[in-house]
Design a protein around this ligand. Sequence first.
Ligand code: GLP
Length: 239
Amino acid sequence: MQIYIEENYEKMSQKAAEIIAEKIKSNPALILGLATGSTPIRTYEILAEKYKKGELDFSRIKTFNLDDYLGLDFNDPQSYHQFMRKNFFSKINIDLKNAFFPNDFGSDYEKYENKIKESGGIDLQVVGIGRNGHIGFNEPGSAFDFYTREVELDETTIKDNSRFFDDISQVPKRAATMGIATIMNAKQILLLANGENKKEIIYQALKGPITEKVPASILQKHQNVIVVLDNEAGEKIKT
Ligand code: GLP
């Protein structure tokens, strides 16, 4: 596991964008796993800036998103389909036919897994981390051998994500997510975290025991993980 602790959110985002950009340059048909949440927003912006400058081409890229809420229309501004369009896809030359989400095939989640397999598997999976250690929407207690499926969201997650909604009652309670096994099958994983409120869970995930209680702790077993943190999120693992 390679760990970079950058000075601040901007530097963290630049580092992450550089890592992704280099992968795309060396493989223009890269299969890229993507995450939502506030953490990767600036990374996506920097990648879009690189595209605008003519440094990157996304026309042959395929993307697979980690998760999306269930019960929202794909056009709902809160859906992760729209999140990706707004924060990334509308700013680059990706062919939207090549951008996939776990709920694209109704509840046929095997079809999503097959799409990933047919594409040759995910080359680089970007993941964030929830304060409770979730990756994607794999909440504490999720078995490590689960693939893409429907899940119920934890109270912590509903509370954390309510900041994006007018009212906590509007936060969906169910979601579709890649499983831990799906994520672990990626050839390389890029974990991003920033902010003081992530320092404890980053410590548990990277330095604590590997346990289903902290889903992200399984990343310790992956052969090719890059972690990029800002100073605040990295504070506890440095000591
Ligand atoms: C959300 C997403 C995760 C994301 C995490 C952290 O619920 N499902 O994929 O990594 O929570 O979000 P944030 O980056 O806003 O802290």
